[in-house]
Design a binder for this molecule. Structure first.
Ligand SMILES: [Zn+2]
Length: 88
């Protein structure tokens, strides 16, 4: 009974690492309505399914992201008083 014992020990580890990269390498395609894999060009990234330009976030995520950026950004260098619209 012969048995090969030279199976690569690092196979599983490599496989997991590749999968992690695979999943993280996604952006949001408004055309497909979901996070998709994309092709990256110099200026933008494009959905591999429909060719639509993809974004880092979905629209909702993007708007809330922009909103939080604008709220944090100091306007005119003067600190603004924060209103208690969000009860922390
Ligand atoms: Zn798409």
């Amino acid at each position: 009974m012969h048995r090969l014992t030279n199976a690569p020990a690092t196979f599983c580890e490599t496989d997991i690492m590749e999968r992690t990269d695979y999943y993280e390498d996604q952006k949001y395609c408004p055309e497909c309505g979901q996070y998709v894999h994309y092709l990256m060009s110099v200026e933008a990234s494009y959905c591999i399914h429909c060719g639509e330009r993809v974004h880092l976030f979905s629209r909702d995520d993007w708007e809330s992201f922009n909103k939080s950026l604008q709220e944090r950004r100091p306007k005119g260098g003067r600190p603004r008083k924060q209103r208690g619209k969000e009860s922390a």
